[in-house]
Design a protein around this ligand. Structure first.
Ligand SMILES: NC(=O)c1ccc[n+]([C@@H]2O[C@H](COP(=O)([O-])OP(=O)(O)OC[C@H]3O[C@@H](n4cnc5c(N)ncnc54)[C@H](OP(=O)(O)O)[C@@H]3O)[C@@H](O)[C@H]2O)c1
Length: 274
């Protein structure tokens, strides 16, 4: 699996498995993460919010794969910031995962008025050695600028909604300048904004014998993003990994960039409340 190096030297596999709503039950979640690990995924993305850290962690622990070979991300939810329970939230995630450490801990969404405070607590968690890297999610440029005012560690990644209909050029350019790796969530538009039926993506895919989903994921990798598509289905999990035997041309990348409509499927980061 191709990786990218984060600030501080930790390597992140460029494709991970998203786990939001990956199973209706703990058993389904466990099965989906196990099939993904069997298929070759070595990067799993979860969050306190998803209420699935237990089965995700069990699948990782029972996979038979060495812990250090799997990159595990989880996230801090806003209400735990507002109630000043950041350390407790982190300890709770580790305990539910049944792991001694995570590879990446993220601030899930920016909490207005608390950015510096939150980042300071994240830095303390990093120094405790129980998370190998720290980063942010859903942060716009002004959020990152604010948290950096008093920071000693640069966020390693910014996980944000990114797909051909929402390219967030300004945030991506800023992150690239700072060496913060963009990680795309809902890379397939959660399969509800007709992205996978797009004719342009289908035409490009035909040339390489690839599906529109594979074209989108390859576009992510060619643009330097890390991406975390979710699939509960073993066949589609494999399909989403099979993108390393072709490469898009600069012209095709521009054609996909041109599909942008600034279409968000999730919250605007300045409008979320907890
Ligand atoms: N940081 C944040 O605020 C945030 C927010 C949202 C999501 N996330 C993370 O990002 C991950 C991915 O985003 P997402 O789950 O919202 O959406 P997504 O990965 O864009 O799309 C998932 C949907 O696409 C379908 N799918 C997957 N592969 C496919 C393929 N090859 N062909 C056709 N359909 C396919 C899945 O169905 P099947 O499962 O049936 O295959 C599912 O319906 C989440 O799981 C979560 O880990 C983070």
């Amino acid at each position: 699996m191709k990786t990218k190096k984060l600030h501080g030297g930790v390597e992140i596999p460029v494709i991970g498995l998203g786990t939001y709503k990956i199973g209706n039950t703990d058993e389904e979640t466990y099965r989906a993460v196990r099939t993904a690990l069997d298929a070759g995924y070595r990067h799993i993305d979860t969050a306190t919010l998803y209420e699935n850290e237990r089965p995700v962690g069990r699948a990782i622990r029972e996979s038979g794969i060495a812990r250090e070979e799997i990159f595990v991300t989880t996230k801090l939810w806003g209400s735990d910031i507002l109630s000043n329970r950041i350390q407790e939230a982190f300890d709770g995630s580790l305990s539910k995962l049944g792991l001694d450490y995570v590879d990446l801990y993220l601030v899930h969404w920016p909490v207005k008025g608390k950015l510096g405070f939150t980042w300071h607590a994240m830095e303390q968690l990093f120094h405790s050695g129980k998370t190998r890297s720290i980063g942010v999610s859903n942060h716009l440029v002004h959020h990152i600028e604010e948290l950096l005012r008093d920071a000693s560690i640069m966020p390693t990644v910014n996980q944000m909604e990114l797909h051909p209909c929402l390219t967030q050029k300004d945030v991506v350019a800023y992150c690239n300048r700072k060496g913060i790796v963009p990680v795309s969530w809902s890379p397939l538009g959660r399969n509800n904004i007709a992205l996978l039926e797009n004719e342009k993506l289908a035409t490009i895919g035909e040339k390489y014998g690839k599906s529109p989903a594979q074209v989108i994921l390859r576009w992510n990798v060619d643009k330097g993003f890390v991406t975390i598509p979710k699939s509960s289905d073993a066949r589609r999990q494999k399909e989403n990994l099979a993108i390393f035997d072709f490469q898009l041309t600069a012209e095709e990348i521009s054609q996909i960039d041109a599909l942008n409509r600034d279409h968000r499927t999730g919250f605007h980061p300045d409008k979320i409340s907890f």
